[in-house]
Design a protein around this ligand. Structure first.
Ligand SMILES: [Zn+2]
Length: 233
C-alpha cells in the first residue's frame, strides 16, 4: 500500500529502483521518495542553482514514475552523516508515511569492482536508514516527539554486493529510462560531449537496459533491479 524510498541524492532512487517504484505505483501503491541532500556538488555546475535544477529534475522524474510525493531534507551534498538529528528526521518521515516497505542504499557496499568507490553519502544514508527503521521508528522509546511508532515490514537495499531478491522491471524499463533522462544535469558526465538532443536519450536507454540485463542474470529475469531484502524483527 505504501512504500518509502530514502536516498542521498536527487537521482539515486531513479538509478537504483525506478523500475520497482514505477511497478508499485502502477499497482496502486502510494510511493514517497526522499532525497537527503540537495545534490549541489553533482555534475553540471554547483551551488544553489544546481540544487534548484536538480530538485525540478527529480520532481519531473517522480511524476513519470507515479511517485505520490518527493521531498528533500535539504542536507549539504557530500556532508550526509548518520547523526542523531538525521535519524530523528528519518524516524519522523517513516512514522508520518507509515510505509510497509522502505527502500534505500546498502551501506555495506564500499567498492564495486576495481573502479568504483561507493559515495560516502550513499553509505551514510544507508546506515541512518537502517538505524531509523530498526529499532527506532517502531519503538516509542526512541524520538517520542516524532509521532506514533511505526514498524516497517521490509527493507529493500539497492546498490548491494549481496543481493537476495530480484524485481522484474521488464514492464517498467521504459519508465526508468525516461525518468533517468529527466536528470539532464547529471548526464553531462555520462554523455561526454554527445549533444543532449541527438544522442543522450538513446545512450541512457542503452546503459539502463544493459545494467538491468546484467542484474537480471542472477535472478533469472531478462531485466531486473536487485536488492538485499530484509524483514527486520
Ligand atoms: Zn548519489
Amino acid at each position: 500500500m505504501r512504500a518509502l524510498a530514502i536516498y542521498a541524492h536527487p537521482d539515486d532512487s531513479e538509478v537504483a529502483s525506478a523500475g520497482t517504484l514505477a511497478a508499485w505505483a502502477r499497482a496502486g501503491c502510494e510511493v514517497t521518495v526522499i532525497s537527503a541532500a540537495r545534490g549541489e556538488k553533482g555534475a553540471g555546475g554547483s551551488g544553489r542553482m544546481l540544487a534548484k535544477r536538480r530538485a525540478s529534475e527529480a520532481r519531473a522524474a517522480a511524476e513519470l514514475i507515479g511517485v505520490a510525493r518527493w521531498e528533500c531534507l535539504g542536507l549539504d551534498d557530500g556532508e550526509v552523516e548518520n547523526t542523531r538529528e538525521l535519524r530523528s528526521q528519518l524516524v519522523e518521515v517513516i512514522r508520518r508515511f507509515a510505509p510497509e516497505v522502505v527502500v534505500s542504499s546498502d551501506p555495506t557496499a564500499v567498492f564495486f569492482g576495481s573502479s568504483y568507490v561507493n559515495h560516502r553519502d550513499h553509505r551514510e544514508i544507508g546506515w541512518a536508514v537502517l538505524d531509523a527503521v530498526s529499532p527506532a521508528a517502531g519503538s516509542s522509546s526512541y524520538f517520542p516527539e516524532a509521532g506514533p511508532p511505526h514498524r516497517v515490514g521490509e527493507l529493500w537495499l539497492s546498490g548491494t554486493l549481496e543481493p537476495n531478491h530480484w524485481f522484474d522491471i521488464a514492464a517498467t524499463i521504459d519508465v526508468k529510462v525516461a525518468a533517468l533522462a529527466c536528470h539532464g544535469s547529471q548526464l553531462i558526465d555520462v554523455i561526454d560531449g554527445i549533444s543532449e538532443v541527438s544522442g543522450a536519450d538513446s545512450l541512457v536507454a542503452e546503459v539502463v537496459r544493459s545494467r538491468a540485463a546484467a542484474d537480471g542474470v542472477a535472478g533469472g529475469m531478462a531485466l531486473a533491479e536487485s536488492y538485499r531484502r530484509l524483514m527486520p524483527a
